[in-house]
Design a protein. Sequence first.
Length: 85
Amino acid sequence: FSWSEMKSGEVKELVQLRACMLEAIRIEPTVAALSGMVHASDYTVRGRRVPKNSIVVGLKRIACTVASDLEEPLAYKPERWLSAD
């Protein structure tokens, strides 16, 4: 096997490798924060009031490992990214 001999279309077929890479990035993101937002009016996030003109930044590591969003969020499971078919 030689990476230099691979064509771009063939890389798309490496679904297991892609799943492993996505799962690794989910657990250890390469970027610490998501984009910041400023809203022109007050709003509520998970029951908490956020005043208008507040700067809100999401932390990617926290967002990607919330227990309510994923089963075993701290476990390395590349199969999360694989479709059933």
